[in-house]
Design a protein around this ligand. Structure first.
Ligand SMILES: Nc1nc2c(ncn2[C@@H]2O[C@H](COP(=O)(O)OP(=O)(O)OP(=O)(O)O)[C@@H](O)[C@H]2O)c(=O)[nH]1
Ligand SMILES: [Zn+2]
Length: 198
């Protein structure tokens, strides 16, 4: 599926979210009947469904569409996969980059499926730790590779726009399975994701 053409808005959900956003607009002290915000409850209801579309997606199904038998057994790294998610505590965005690596074990995956899996789990209410873990476990289960690694670097709007209001702190989370538990394999991956090679 392509996000650009995402049109799978559920009418019943849109209707009920619309009513809630109408109340939120009133709650913040804005006039919900002012022309500029008349359609805002519907827009916001659709935006919220877009941002949480991962709930209706199945990561394993997506991965299974492009698994190929191949004897390549070196590290495969896809880095700088941009991600946008919503923190489950404040429903404010956190966003950044995911870096994924795996060492095949007889099976390789279509490269585009890695960013797709990131999106399936990012487009939900999340914490960065669980997002990292969800991606890691899904790849480990579906590909059964010799090893898999996921690193996520992100900034959290709930720490920037409100709360502690820190503009320059970023959070890094990581998870390693199989061969990546070995320090030299892990270091090779970390070196590859920190290089400027695009
Ligand atoms: N571990 C983790 N914490 C997160 C993530 N996103 C947001 N948080 C934190 O969730 C916590 C919620 O803490 P609470 O004390 O219940 O909420 P709060 O009063 O709004 O906290 P402050 O943000 O400190 O004002 C905060 O410390 C947030 O920084 C995440 O992805 N992972
Ligand atoms: Zn938050």
């Amino acid at each position: 599926m392509s996000y650009k053409y995402f049109e799978e808005y559920d009418q019943e959900i849109t209707e009920s979210m619309k009513n809630n956003f109408h109340e939120i607009i009133k709650g913040v002290g804005e006039n919900p009947d002012r022309e500029g915000v008349l359609k805002t409850p519907e827009r916001a209801a659709k935006a919220m469904q877009f941002l949480t579309q991962g709930y209706s997606m199945d990561a394993e199904e997506i991965l299974k569409q492009a698994v190929f038998e191949e004897s390549y057994d070196e590290m495969v790294v896809v880095k700088d996969i941009e991600l946008y998610s919503l923190c489950e505590h404040h429903m404010l965005p956190f966003f950044g980059k995911a870096h994924i690596a795996y060492i095949p074990n007889g099976k390789i995956i279509g490269l585009s499926k890695l960013p797709r899996v990131v999106d399936v789990f990012a487009r939900r209410l999340q914490v960065q730790e669980r997002l990292t873990h969800d991606i890691l476990e899904c790849l480990n289960k579906t590909l059964q590779p010799q090893g898999v690694a996921v690193v996520i670097e992100a900034v959290h709007m709930c720490m920037m726009m409100r709360g502690v209001q820190k503009q320059n702190s970023a959070t890094t989370t990581s998870g390693f399975r199989g061969q990546f538990k070995k320090i030299e394999t892990r270091n090779e991956f970390l070196k590859l994701i920190s290089s400027d090679l695009k």
